[in-house]
Design a protein around this ligand. Structure first.
Ligand code: PSU
Ligand code: MN
Length: 300
């Protein structure tokens, strides 16, 4: 038996083939500040429901991978003193075996969603190849996970703090289809455009579902659907570029490495932008949740 707990609602929906959307918890515990994170957790789940699907937020609690966190469990993940580890896919075995608690990244959320029978997953930004990876070898495990796990990941591209062309190259090598939602340009999280082309453009949820169904006949990999941040919530490019340069300098100066890099960069954006980046972050997550639910409805 796979050690994994589905909430009653999620289990019912999966068993009866109703649409379900998986949601990650690292974005709550490590990507957004306490207080705001709990609010976003509720709004994202409500958005999925309003679009006709069942939300399943995922985390590991006391050694138990939970798919479909209850309200009390969301409180725990979002608490200021939660102290949760950030668990990528390689950390699931240790966290379960050692009865630890932690928040799941894109890589580990995809794995648990797939194990639970859920094929659609919404998040903010995918991890990718970091700037300077030729020296540091810092390439997110999200990319390897997408190459092996057949989930549809709906995101707003990759954070602009990453090396975007290198990330797109790795996705190509990994045979992961990259779809631009109503765009020809791969989005850069806080910005609608990275200046790098997407290989395929799709116009509506039915097209996405058709692509995903066809892809599953030929490959066991995931599919990436890149949905730009809503135009009214996009960050000012100049402010963005300044914060990015500062954030990268902070990471270098303090010798931040490994899984701390992404949270440190995001925190710098949030504190130094006076909340502008938080508004963009929330808006894009909600938009991705809505789109993921629409696709899940089409697939079901
Ligand atoms: N995007 C966000 N906030 C986040 C992340 C992405 O807006 O917190 C998290 C996701 O969980 C993603 C992880 O899987 O960062 C990637 O981390 P790393 O680069 O260490 O693999
Ligand atoms: Mn990394």
């Amino acid at each position: 038996m796979t050690p994994i707990s589905l909430s009653g609602e999620v289990a019912d929906a999966v068993n009866s083939g109703r649409p379900v959307v998986a949601l990650e918890s690292t974005i709550l515990s490590h990507g957004l500040p306490p207080g705001r994170n709990r609010d976003v957790a509720d709004r994202v789940e409500r958005t999925v429901r309003d679009a006709g699907a069942v939300p399943a937020t995922i985390a590991v609690l006391d050694g138990r991978p939970v798919v479909g966190l209850s309200s009390a469990e969301l409180d725990r993940v979002c608490a200021a003193d939660a102290g949760l580890d950030k668990l990528s896919l390689r950390d699931l075995g240790p966290a379960v075996g050692l009865r630890r608690s932690g928040a799941t990244t894109v890589a580990s959320t995809s794995a648990l969603a797939h194990a639970a029978g859920i094929g659609v997953f919404a998040t903010g930004g995918l991890g990718g190849v970091h700037v300077g990876a030729a020296e540091s070898w810092d390439v997110s495990a999200d990319l390897g996970a997408l190459s092996r796990i057949p989930t549809l990941v709906v995101c707003s591209g990759v954070k602009s703090v990453l090396d975007i062309p290198a990330t797109l190259e790795v996705l190509e090598t990994a045979s992961v289809p990259v779809l631009g939602y109503r765009t020809d340009d791969f989005p850069a999280f806080y910005l609608r455009s990275s200046g790098h082309a997407v290989p395929w453009r799709v116009e509506d949820p039915a097209q996405v579902a058709a692509v995903v169904s066809a892809h599953r006949c030929y490959s066991g990999s995931g599919v990436l659907l890149a949905n730009p941040v809503p135009a009214e919530s996009e960050m000012d490019r100049e402010l963005h570029d300044r914060l990015l340069a500062e954030g990268l300098e902070l990471v270098r100066g303090n010798q931040v490495s490994g899984k701390d890099v992404t949270p440190v960069l995001l925190e710098h954006f949030h504190s130094a932008s006076g909340g502008v980046s938080l508004d963009a972050n929330e808006a894009l997550v909600l938009s991705n949740a809505r789109l993921a639910a629409q696709v899940a409805v089409e697939l079901a």
